[in-house]
Design a binder for this molecule. Sequence first.
Ligand SMILES: [Zn+2]
Ligand SMILES: [Zn+2]
Length: 77
Amino acid sequence: MRLRLARRILSRRSRFVALEMRTRCERCEVVELTADGPASICSYECTFCEDCARTMDYTCRNCGGELVTRPRRLEQR
Ligand SMILES: [Zn+2]
Ligand SMILES: [Zn+2]
């Protein structure tokens, strides 16, 4: 009789929790920001929509930092 290794291991999904993605612009709090959509972020992870970032001249109003385009998170398989 053979011992069966836990086959559940194979079905276990390896998920890791990464950076929390903010879902709303911190300035207007209206625009929904999706993980795969455009957004601007500063080094402290203040997150703004594109319109607000442009209005603020790409300077974070919270910390004065530079706003850059947030890398989009694409669906991973
Ligand atoms: Zn906004
Ligand atoms: Zn900031």
